[in-house]
Design a protein around this ligand. Structure first.
Ligand SMILES: [Zn+2]
Length: 114
């Protein structure tokens, strides 16, 4: 699927149904309780998926069920963030990091292209 179709799939994923989801920054190292299932989880990133009507992020499991494309996009953003942090002082990121990034990008484009 090409660019526009992919974008439409993302939008449909985010806007269909009752809720709209967004990826937002969260307080790092804070324990969060999932807005959807109520379970406490520890985020390992500064980014998380939020429902538009709630200040609490949803956990990874719920995000996957509720908004698969947004969840995959979040994974991609987190992977990029982690690699960016880890290889700040390197000329090029290690191959392993690049493969992680490629894998996250592939997962995202697969889920966004449904
Ligand atoms: Zn949950």
């Amino acid at each position: 699927m090409h660019g526009l179709g992919k974008l439409n799939a993302i939008l449909a994923d985010g806007w269909n149904g009752m809720k709209c989801y967004a990826i937002r920054a969260v307080e790092e190292s804070n324990e969060k309780s999932c807005a959807q299932c109520g379970k406490t989880f520890r985020g390992n990133s500064t980014l998380a998926l939020f429902a538009e009507d709630n200040d609490h992020p949803v956990c990874r499991n719920c995000a996957r069920k509720l908004a698969p494309a947004m969840s995959a996009l979040l994974d991609l953003a987190q992977t990029a963030q982690r690699i960016g942090r880890g290889s700040r002082h390197l000329l090029t990121p290690p191959m392993e990091s690049l493969l992680d990034l490629a894998h996250a990008a592939e997962t995202y484009s697969t889920s966004a292209a449904r």
